[in-house]
Design a protein around this ligand. Structure first.
Ligand code: NDP
Length: 326
């Protein structure tokens, strides 16, 4: 038996509770992992609150990521004792996930835990931080360089935003953080933001083309914020779009794309191919100042995870929430 957060659903509502689970109930797959840490990402918040239909079957153990040790493996890719990380692949949505003490997953879904990080640090980064690294990779692949000018990061105090700021500032970029949390200026500066703007400057309907400012953007927010960020991006600049914290809509015009040659780069962490994932984690191991992870993250127990999920959806969380499942 092991403990996991379990979401169950009847005709009218879903409920979430820490539940004792028999190992025989784990889904069929090649590798059984003893989980050390998982996390609460925005999507986990949506899953545990039921606010969006991210869970595709019930009962479901949520948790889109975890770090731990292989307990047993029917695959040549892994052996007992290997230290592993998992992000995405529909885990915690359609396949039982990381918010429990054990998981059984496909061998191809796992990657090796980088030596640079403990399991707890890897989950302080989590899917949010790995997505921040995917954004930075995409910008640099498209030729963005520190000397190009200011980089805007929206949803700055969130998980993706916090890690994006830490990564970009370490790489020498001048980072402007857009945040709704006026009291978190010190935190954002400590991560490396050189300026903070109020997110209200970006979150309302704006003109299709505005004063050019950003060499590049990491957008975690979507909706009007993304539209305004594109409208303020300089000629030939790049916008990495990864999130929808304000909304899934994109009320924009094509003007920035066809008149200023701005490029919109879509970022998906869930189905990203193995090589892309490994490159992102390698970058995190190389370019992220691991000492900043303490300020970015806090640790909660499995019993506190559902409440943290509700908090992330209502925008109350700063940085990352690591879950000690044991
Ligand atoms: P968080 O909840 O940690 O951060 C989101 C941040 O967005 C908040 O901290 C807040 O920052 C800001 N925000 C919240 N609500 C609003 C609003 N109504 N209007 C404007 N800004 C708002 O989430 P994550 O950082 O983990 O994820 C960020 C986004 O990226 C989410 O939408 C998530 O679903 C998405 N995501 C996508 C992935 C992908 O594969 N594409 C992978 C991981 C995440 P502040 O208070 O500083 O303004």
């Amino acid at each position: 038996m092991f403990k996991a957060l379990l979401i169950t659903k009847n005709e009218t509502a879903q409920s979430v509770a820490v539940t004792d689970i028999d190992e025989s109930q784990l889904p069929e797959a090649a590798v059984t992992v003893k989980i050390e840490y998982s996390t609460i990402n925005y999507k986990d918040g949506l899953a545990v609150t039921g606010k969006s239909p991210v869970v595709r079957k019930f009962p479901m153990v949520p948790g889109i990521d975890f770090a731990g040790v292989v307990e047993s493996s029917d695959s040549d890719l892994w052996k007992a004792g290997d230290r592993v990380v998992l992000n995405g692949w529909g885990v915690g949505e359609g396949h039982w996930g990381g918010l429990g003490q054990k998981a059984r997953v496909k061998a191809e879904w796992l990657i090796r835990l980088p030596d640079a990080f403990t399991a707890r640090q890897a989950m302080a980064i989590g899917t949010a931080g790995y997505t921040a690294a995917l954004c930075v990779e995409a910008l640099e692949r498209n030729g963005v360089k520190p000397e190009a000018g200011e980089i805007l990061v929206t949803g700055a105090t969130g998980g993706v935003g916090s890690v994006a700021i830490a990564l970009l500032s370490r790489l020498g970029y001048k980072v402007v953080a857009s945040s709704g949390k006026a009291g978190e200026a010190e935190y954002l500066n400590s991560l490396g933001a050189s300026q903070i703007i109020d997110r209200n400057e970006l979150s309302n309907p704006g003109k299709p083309l505005q004063k050019e400012r950003w060499a590049a953007v990491v957008d975690c927010v979507g909706s009007h914020t993304l539209a305004n960020a594109c409208a303020q991006t300089r000629y030939g600049g790049h916008v990495a779009a990864c999130g929808l914290a304000q909304g899934m809509d994109f009320p924009a015009s094509v003007a920035p794309f066809i008149l200023r040659g701005v490029s919109l780069l879509g970022i998906d962490s869930v189905m990203a191919p193995l090589a892309v994932r490994e490159a992102a984690w390698k970058r995190l191991a190389r370019d992220l100042d691991a000492s900043k992870l303490e300020a970015i993250s806090k640790v909660v127990s499995l019993g506190e995870a559902a409440a943290a999920g509700a908090d992330i959806v209502s925008g109350k969380i700063r940085g990352r929430v690591v879950v000690d499942v044991n």
